[in-house]
Design a protein around this ligand. Structure first.
Ligand SMILES: Cc1cc2nc3c(=O)[nH]c(=O)nc-3n(C[C@H](O)[C@H](O)[C@H](O)COP(=O)(O)O)c2cc1C
Length: 332
């Protein structure tokens, strides 16, 4: 139906990428996505180039995605070419299949430090950073950008062309300005324009909520692939369902309530094993809230889960909820 997504001469079996998401895309979450989908490219949350280059504690841990089979893309952010080169090398050595560079993060503390979307105001600097990263490594680099700083400076074509000139192998475009944050709608006309005028595979990103929207966006914009962020929170199935639909036209069923709660349990267990019990219990809260969103009785469960102090308490609540959602599911 669509030509295979091909980046730096490598063809991928899926047209879908999981978007990098800070506070979401850690190792446990990527492992979960991989259980559901064997082939899509999964992006990690962003990792700081200065932290990697300065070799702080936990830095190798932050880029250890060896347990996630299949294509993994680790995202780096920073504004110093030497630090980005060092960090990128470390990412390559850690076994990542691809690197993503962050030129889109709108968070105040990031842009105040001249990182993320702040760099859209100095496109020539982006060129310097992309070149530093690409020259330092042999794995493909997917630059991720927004379409401008604000409505008066939608310099997306300039930025994208500079990225390509500097050696980016692909560009993921979130069709919003920094000023927009996550409000309004992603501008897919701008994404379409970049896809038509820029000579590397463009990955379209913004407001893709499922397989059918992805299909429409692929058809209308001519992008080589799509990237899914928020719709995958508490819903790793959306990656596989979208990839499968784009490849075959067949719509796979959405997960049942029991499957969603069961996955929340698997996810919580992974988070608890990942660092320590406290981290796991606290981190699980938001994921549980996403997995159970819209399910009958979920508000009450979320309230209790948010107060749970131990792994036993948290898992007990989820097991009881699952039994309630589908008594037979537990027995089988
Ligand atoms: C919780 C959260 C964290 C995010 N963290 C990152 C990040 O670390 N790096 C990045 O490039 N984009 C980040 N983004 C932006 C997403 O990658 C994506 O561009 C954006 O959510 C739009 O896609 P969507 O409409 O499919 O969610 C984040 C988004 C969310 C919601």
């Amino acid at each position: 139906m669509f030509a295979p997504l091909t980046i730096a001469n490598q063809a991928y079996a899926s047209h879908v990428m999981l978007a990098p998401m800070c506070g979401v895309g850690d190792r446990p979450y990527l492992e979960i996505c991989r259980e559901v989908d064997t082939q899509s490219i999964l992006a990690s949350e962003m990792v700081s180039a200065p932290a990697l280059a300065n070799g702080g504690r936990n830095t190798t841990e932050m880029i250890d995605f060896q347990s996630v089979n299949g294509p993994v893309m680790i995202q780096i952010f920073g504004h110093d070419p030497a630090q980005l080169a060092t960090g990128s090398r470390m990412i390559e050595e850690a076994g990542a299949d691809m690197i993503s560079m962050n030129f889109g993060c709108p968070a105040k503390k990031i842009v105040k430090n001249c990182d993320g979307a702040a760099l859209l105001r100095t496109p020539e600097k982006i060129g310097e950073l992309v070149e530093a990263c690409v020259k330092a490594t042999k794995i493909p680099m997917v630059a991720k950008m927004r379409i401008g700083w604000d409505d008066t400076s939608r310099n997306y074509l300039t930025v994208a062309r500079i990225m390509v000139e500097a050696g980016a192998h692909s560009i993921a475009v979130h069709g919003r300005t920094r000023e927009q944050g996550y409000s309004g709608e992603a501008d897919w006309e701008a994404i379409k324009e970049i896809a038509a005028k820029v000579d590397v595979p463009i990955i379209g990103n913004g407001d893709i909520d499922g397989p059918e929207t992805a299909m429409r966006r692929m058809r209308e914009s001519g992008v080589a692939g799509v990237m899914i962020g928020r719709a995958a929170m508490g819903n790793p199935w959306v990656i596989h369902r979208t990839a499968h639909y784009l490849a075959t036209g067949e719509l796979l069923p959405a997960p049942t309530p029991a499957e969603r709660i069961a996955m929340a349990i698997v996810h919580a267990r992974k988070l608890i094993a990942f660092k320590d019990e406290r981290f796991g219990v606290v981190e699980s809260r938001k994921h549980v809230s996403w997995y159970t969103s819209g399910l009958p009785g979920s508000a009450e469960v979320r309230l209790k889960v948010n107060q749970a102090k131990s792994a036993d308490e948290l898992l007990g609540l989820l097991m009881a909820y699952m039994e309630q959602a589908s008594p037979r599911a537990l027995a089988s």
